[in-house]
Design a protein around this ligand. Structure first.
Ligand code: NAD
Ligand code: TYD
Length: 356
């Protein structure tokens, strides 16, 4: 038995593979294109582990996917591979259409042929799990109930639109071809190995570098925050016991405005790594121009996965954010490596014109 993970060199995918091999002995094949977001250092602890194999490639490369499926005969495919950052999708939506929609389509075509050629017992056991986001549901008005699985898709950014499109394809492949597909819509993840383009690692890394902490708009946009290992446990649970054709929302029951997140990070850094001048990192907070089309609020109702599959997050925001800050404090070399020239170019592109 083997599973195929796509996008396993990214933030959530690498956490998923590490957690998987801690929890089980079943081998993992990792297919990743190694875009700017893919980092094999995340998986350095698995070097020499016979249960793990890495292949560099694109989910849109049908020849490669066909060969991998044929050779390794996975009993499940878990699709993390994506362009994942909203701000980058605003600057350049093309890659999002290419990987998230066309890439998922090509992957589905390969998996459909592979599934069709299986015997009955192989087909009964096989699963395709598609990792999605709460952002496909659009922006939630203040006071409205959290997103349930039945909420209609109303994506507002090129990123969320491309993810929604990919999920429509997954749904159609289940309905039309009987592919045993599962979709998980999760909220904002945080934890070790997250690339510092996203809010939490960006704030930690900028604070430590003595740079400004750029809060978009009024900082009162709300997200639900999910510690990454809780997300990984939920995916394992859905893979084991989820009903094909179903969607499961995964969230941390941690709705918070961005400013609260930034202040929590500031508080932890003031405690754990005080500035040499004795001042608070809070002095580095800078309100900058807002993101175009910025969704005001996301909130996840994770009641279905709790009731049907018995999953609940283990971390509170207080415990998860402390672990996360400690991880970044303990990994200065990882931070130094990802703050490469290309990363500097991105900061210049996204933040240079935002001063207010
Ligand atoms: P990430 O950007 O850190 O990693 C994405 C990975 O996919 C990278 O390793 C990259 O090299 C790889 N990749 C990109 N294009 C590829 C292609 N064409 N073929 C093969 N590999 C490719 O993203 P993440 O934060 O780990 O997110 C993983 C998945 O979870 C994504 O599908 C994302 O939409 C979804 N998601 C993320 C969050 C979050 O908070 N990070 C929340 C909800 C859903
Ligand atoms: P992000 O981590 O990019 O995730 P997403 O847009 O997918 O929710 O952003 C989380 C929130 O933080 C979002 O409301 C935008 C905001 N944000 C900032 O205020 N400043 C920043 O520099 C970044 C990257 C995000």
């Amino acid at each position: 038995m083997t599973i195929l993970v796509t996008g396993g060199a990214g933030f959530i995918g690498s956490n998923f593979i590490i957690d998987w091999l801690e929890a089980r002995d079943e081998p993992v094949i990792n297919l990743d294109k190694l875009t700017y977001a893919g980092n094999l250092e995340n998986l350095a602890g698995l070097r020499g582990d016979p249960r793990y194999a890495f292949f560099q490639g694109d989910i849109g490369d049908r020849g490669l996917i066909e060969r991998l499926l044929e050779k390794h005969q996975p009993r499940a495919v878990i699709n993390f591979a994506a362009e994942s950052h909203v701000d980058r999708s605003i600057h350049g939506p093309g890659d999002f259409v290419q990987t998230n929609i066309v890439g998922t389509f090509n992957l589905l075509e390969c998996v459909r042929a592979y599934f069709a050629a299986m015997d009955d017992s192989g087909r009964a056991a096989f699963r395709f799990l598609h990792v999605l986001t709460d952002e496909v549901y659009g922006s939630l008005p203040a006071g409205a109930p959290a997103f349930a699985e039945t909420h209609r898709y109303e994506p507002n950014s090129p990123y969320s639109a491309s993810k929604a499109a990919s999920d429509h394809l997954v749904r159609a492949y289940h309905h039309t071809y009987g592919l045993p597909a599962l979709t998980t819509n999760c909220s904002n993840n945080y934890g070790p190995y997250q690339f510092p383009e996203k809010l939490i690692p960006l704030m930690i890394v900028n604070a430590l570098a003595g740079e400004r902490l750029p809060v978009y708009g009024d900082g009162m946009q709300i997200r639900d925050w999910l510690y990454v290992s809780d997300h990984c446990a939920a995916i394992r649970r859905v893979l084991d016991a989820g009903r094909p054709g179903e969607t499961y929302n995964i969230g941390g029951w941690n709705e918070k405005p961005n400013l609260d997140i930034v202040r929590a990070i500031v508080g932890l850094l003031d405690e754990l790594r005080p500035r040499s001048d004795g001042k608070s990192y809070g002095g580095q907070i800078a309100y900058v121009a807002d993101r175009p089309g910025h969704d005001r609020r996301y909130a996840i109702d994770a009641g279905k996965i709790e009731r049907e599959l018995g999953w609940r997050p283990a971390e509170t925001f207080t415990s998860g954010i402390r672990k996360t800050v400690l991880w970044y404090l303990d990994h200065p070399d990882w931070i130094a490596n990802v703050r490469s020239g290309a990363y500097r170019d991105w900061l210049e592109k996204n933040y240079a014109d935002r001063s207010r």
